[in-house]
Design a protein around this ligand. Structure first.
Ligand code: GCO
Ligand code: MG
Length: 407
């Protein structure tokens, strides 16, 4: 057997520079360090414990170069496979090992994935406004920042809170710190009465060129989704996201039969198996799996390969609740993957950029992962240690009659 480096430590950092992030640090005998993101919004400590208590002891002594073998070992070896906690933990290990392989070879990860197939990565960010004038202002702010693609979310008359929107017009961040999740009231009929007109007003305002996106956040029935897709045909969306909860995938056939509005689904999926029928039946246009929550670079590449056969593109999740390490990994995949479509970039508070110093950069509507060896992110552990974990939850939603619905 040829001589190889060895993993000597796998440590988990939990830090909260404004919001919680879980980070895996793998160290090798040669002194190399690889970083992985293990953040699962609202259930952070479950993944931290999974890694600390069950995965770290298995990593010590392994060859860090054997990325795929380690992936298979953790996926098949657990027996209780899949699920967000397991797959986020595997994702963090995978990212850290790709980071180490990059540093060992002196190459940015995208080079190890076959090299760049594009020069830069189209990205979209969020615009949010309670009423239409505020929304138009917010879209304009993002256009002035150079964005060529913008997700538009608006309030709904008669409701106090709506996913993706703040009343103050400030940046949108759903997780709230505290003892229990915030409770929101949701009314699908009111949303469906309002959303098509508001999005049409955005299209009128921006003209034909700007890519517009919208997220229904898992809240519609199949028939409501089909009707919304139809109502938005003239708005010419880049995509309509998560129209139904998508656990029941057969219903997407109904939606698809009734609208050609492009559909994006999958930010809550964790493996290729949950994407399989949506891709192979061409029921979606973009698959939204996140590089961390779906098992890392190795796994996202498998999803991309399946999707490519069916002309489905990747449009990975990139909210502020996965760390800049995850965004870096997603960008390396994006640069080297032919059927990459667009990367979400919600952005981070300034402090997050200080804790996670990254080589990736944004300019004129596009992102680039940078050319440092590995993923190109360094974590300031000293600064991170100054922000201890604070319990935080995503909100929950109830219908007007008090029954629970999907947030
Ligand atoms: C998106 C998502 C997020 C999620 C969040 C949950 O499209 O970016 O829907 O806003 O709600 O990541 O933690
Ligand atoms: Mg979404």
């Amino acid at each position: 057997m040829s001589k190889h480096d060895t993993i000597v430590a796998a440590d988990v950092l939990v830090t909260s520079p404004g919001r919680n992030f879980v980070t895996l640090k793998i160290t090798t005998a040669e002194g190399l360090v690889g970083w992985g993101d293990a953040t699962l919004n609202g259930r952070e400590l479950a993944v931290a414990s999974y890694l600390r208590d069950h995965v770290a002891p298995l990593l010590v002594g392994r060859d860090p170069a054997r990325i795929e073998d380690t992936w298979q070992y953790l996926y098949r070896g657990v027996y209780w496979r899949r699920g967000p906690v397991t797959m986020t933990a595997i994702g963090a290990v995978d990212l850290a090992l790709w980071d180490i392989k990059g540093k060992t070879t002196g190459q940015p990860v995208y080079q190890l994935l076959g090299g760049a197939v594009r020069d830069r990565i189209l990205t979209y960010t969020h615009a949010t406004g309670w009423d239409v004038p505020q929304l138009l202002d917010s879209v304009d702010v993002q256009r002035e920042r150079g964005f060529l693609a913008v997700r538009a979310q608006m309030g709904v008359p008669g409701l106090d809170t709506v996913y993706g929107v703040t009343r103050e017009g400030a940046g949108y961040e759903p997780a709230g710190r505290g003892a229990a999740p915030a409770e929101e009231v949701w009314d699908t009929a009111a949303y469906l009465r309002h959303a098509p007109g508001a999005l049409a007003a955005v299209r009128d305002h921006v003209g034909p060129d700007l890519h517009l996106l919208h997220d229904s956040h898992h809240r519609l029935t199949p028939n409501e989704a089909a009707r919304l897709g139809r109502a938005l045909e003239d708005v010419d969306l880049f995509w309509l996201e998560d129209v139904t909860p998508a656990e029941n995938q057969e219903v997407l056939r109904h939606v698809r039969r009734h609208t050609t509005t492009p559909l994006a689904i999958g930010e809550v999926f964790n493996t290729v198996w949950e994407c399989q029928s949506l891709i192979t039946e061409q029921l979606i246009d973009y698959v939204r799996t996140c590089v961390t929550h779906a098992g890392g670079i190795s796994s996202l590449r498998r999803i991309a390969a399946l999707a490519d056969v069916w002309q489905v593109k990747l449009g990975p999740h990139g909210p502020s609740d996965v760390s800049p390490v995850a965004l870096a990994a997603s960008l390396h995949v994006g640069l080297a993957t032919p059927n990459f479509g667009i990367q979400e970039y919600m952005g981070y508070e300034p402090l997050v950029h200080e804790v996670f110093r990254h080589d990736w950069s944004y300019a004129d509507g596009y992102l680039h992962p940078g050319d440092s060896p590995g993923l190109g992110v360094d974590v300031d552990e000293h600064l991170a240690a100054q922000f201890p974990y604070e319990r935080a939850y995503l909100p929950v939603a109830r219908r007007r009659d008090g029954s629970m619905t999907d947030w």
